[in-house]
Design a protein around this ligand. Structure first.
Ligand SMILES: [Zn+2]
Length: 71
């Protein structure tokens, strides 16, 4: 009862929100869109060509904006 409850890291959904607001947001991976993946299942991925962040499932590697697969 004495433990402060506000020391935990933010939930993963909030991390994605932070990434979306901090970097240029490129969109979502094609597979994530097709499967209707939840935000908590998505990983933020950097595209060097677009200089921004997109979100996709763990196995997705292709930037939805430019098709770059090299990160
Ligand atoms: Zn790109």
């Amino acid at each position: 009862m004495t433990e402060p409850d506000d020391q935990r890291p933010p939930p993963f959904g909030s991390l994605n929100e932070l990434l979306r607001s901090s970097y240029s947001f490129l969109g979502y991976g094609a597979l994530a869109v097709r499967l209707g993946a939840l935000d908590q299942q998505l990983y933020g991925k950097w595209c060097r060509r677009c200089k921004g962040i997109w979100f996709g499932l763990a196995l997705e590697v292709e930037c939805p904006r430019c098709g770059n697969r090299k990160g």
